[in-house]
Write a protein of this length. Structure first.
Length: 294
């Protein structure tokens, strides 16, 4: 959005991810108090409608369709680069930061970390010990997917990324097998597309083993062709969509707290709040913006 590649006309408040400090609470909020550090979900949801009750808060019927922070597609709720943001339905959309988890480690829990966990954890529950393929190319998401796949019991994790050498080295350090491309004929029970490119998505779909799954994290601004016949013959389950992170934020925070995952190495730079506009305009891979005194 900052680079002008997304079809949204500014100006508007940016920011999907944060660890925030509570300034005030409403009369119906009892689980957090002023001064406490918290993690808000990127989406706005009530927590009580049928969609929220089924664990799908991105379809909340109480708030406008597509309501979120950082993008005014469903109303203007502000963004997490703002100095202060109001959180409606805070009893559902706001999780306290547990003791032992640093604010910096939890900075991406409200979106990218929980997004990848939401895809990887169910896939490995359904196929314990599966071989996993991650196709990267859009920065941190692919590396977070490797992190969770390794932590949650994948037999092997392969990583393909010809666009970001830093992410390749991060994935290698996490124990992933690094491939230049997906070998013809090699199949994986679980594949994850974090490429943001049509050829990456197609490669992920073509590499799924029989009865396997593929999830795409990428946002494609135009229609993309997919190998439907191959998917049909292999009985592939394909998923994509805006991540329902609110219900899983406590699970992700628990994995950070007990040391199962460590997100900190994925951040590329630490920049000040005042220096954020300049740093973000440079296109840094995954900067961590920190306010002085917090």
């Amino acid at each position: 959005m900052i680079a002008g590649l997304a079809p949204f006309q500014g100006p508007f408040a940016l920011g999907h991810e944060t660890v925030a400090r509570v300034l005030e609470v409403g009369d119906n909020v009892s689980h957090v108090k002023p001064g406490q550090l918290v993690v808000p979900a990127w989406h706005v949801a009530c927590g009580t409608c049928a969609a929220c009750a089924s664990g799908r808060p991105t379809g909340c019927t109480t708030v406008p369709r597509n309501a979120m922070y950082g993008l005014p597609t469903g109303g203007d709720f502000g963004g997490f680069f703002s100095e202060a943001v109001r959180i409606p339905f805070a009893g559902y959309g706001l999780a306290p930061l547990p003791e032992g988890v640093s604010d910096r480690a939890a900075a991406s829990v409200g979106d990218n970390l929980s997004d990848t966990y939401s895809a990887v954890a169910p896939a490995l529950r359904n196929a314990p010990g599966a071989d996993v393929l991650v196709i990267g190319g859009t920065g941190s998401v692919g590396v977070f997917a490797v992190t969770f796949a390794k932590a949650l019991g994948a037999s092997s994790v392969c990583y393909v990324d010809s666009f970001d050498p830093e992410c390749v080295e991060l994935a290698r350090g996490l124990g992933a097998e690094i491939l230049d491309e997906v070998p013809r004929g090699r199949e994986f029970q679980v594949t994850l597309d974090a490429s943001g490119r049509p050829d990456g998505l197609q490669a992920a779909l073509n590499a799924v083993a029989r009865n396997g799954t593929c999830h795409s994290f990428g946002i494609y601004w135009q229609d993309v062709s997919v190998p439907v016949l191959s998917m049909y013959m292999q009985n592939v389950t394909f998923t994509t969509g805006r991540p329902n992170v609110g219900p899983v934020i406590p699970d992700v925070l628990a994995l950070i707290a007990d040391g199962t995952v460590d997100p900190l190495p994925v951040f590329s730079d630490v920049v000040s709040f005042e220096g954020a506009p300049t740093a973000l305009a440079q296109g840094l891979r995954k900067p961590l913006v920190v306010r002085d005194g917090y």
